[in-house]
Design a protein around this ligand. Structure first.
Ligand SMILES: O=P(O)(O)OC[C@H]1O[C@](O)(CO)[C@@H](O)[C@@H]1O
Length: 241
């Protein structure tokens, strides 16, 4: 695990954008794993700037997002599909047919994520998977549990995640209680992983993820077992490393 500490959020976002841009330049048909939440917003802004400057071409890029709230259609302004369109896809020349976000509404009971997992397996290996980190150590929406999840499927969100994400909704009751998320096994299949973490409120959990025991109680700790992980964080998040 390589850990890169940057001065602040802006520098962290730029460093991450450089990695993703290099990947797209090297392989225009690359498959990228995308994440949502506040953390990657700066990175997406940088990628849009590079595209507008004529330095990046997304026309052949394929993307797979980590997760989606169950019950929110892509048009819902709090869905992760909407977030991705708003922050990245609507601003670059990506072919929307190559954009994939787990379906939060159109699946049979008990089958959340099944078609997504199959599509990922058919499409090919994700070259770089972007991850944020939940305050409880979740990656994707894989919450602390007794076992690591294997494949894309339905997750019951913990109260701490609902509490953390209520800032995006009018009231806490509006935050969906369930999500569909790539499993830990799905995430670990990516060739390379970039974990972005900023802010003092993530310092404790980042220490657990990087230096603590590998345990499903801290889902991000599994990354210690991946052969190619780059953690890019700001100085505040790196406080206890
Ligand atoms: O970046 P934030 O908003 O702190 O969220 C942390 C993580 O939790 C999620 O909201 C849930 O997957 C991710 O989108 C994000 O990476």
């Amino acid at each position: 695990m390589e850990v890169i500490v940057k001065k602040n959020y802006e520098e962290m976002s730029k460093a991450a954008a450089t990695l993703f841009a290099a990947e797209i330049m090297e392989n225009p048909k690359t498959i990228l794993g995308m994440a949502t939440g506040s953390t990657p917003v700066g990175l997406y802004k940088e990628l849009v700037k590079m595209y507008e400057a004529g330095d990046l071409d997304f026309s052949q890029v394929t993307t797979f997002n980590l997760d989606e709230y169950i019950g929110l259609a892509p048009e819902h302004d709090q869905s992760y599909h909407y977030f991705m369109n708003d922050n990245l896809f609507n601003h670059v020349n990506i072919n929307k047919e190559n954009v994939h976000v787990p379906d939060g509404v159109g699946f049979e009971a008990g089958e959340a994520g099944k078609a997504y997992e199959e599509l990922m397996a058919k499409t090919g290996q994700v070259e770089i998977q972007l991850l944020g980190l939940g305050c409880n150590g979740h990656i994707g929406f894989n919450e602390p549990a007794d076992e690591f999840t294997k494949v894309t499927g339905e997750i019951d969100l913990t109260d701490s995640t609902i509490e953390a994400n209520k800032r995006f909704f009018e009231k806490k009751e509006d935050v969906p209680r369930k999500a569909v998320s790539m499993g830990i096994g799905t995430i670990m299949r990516a060739k390379k992983i970039v974990l972005l973490v900023n802010g003092e409120n993530k310092a404790e959990i980042l220490k657990e993820v990087v230096n603590g025991p590998v345990t499903p109680k801290v889902p991000g700790s599994i990354l210690q077992f991946h052969p190619h992980v780059t953690v890019i964080c700001d100085e505040e998040a790196a406080k206890y490393l």
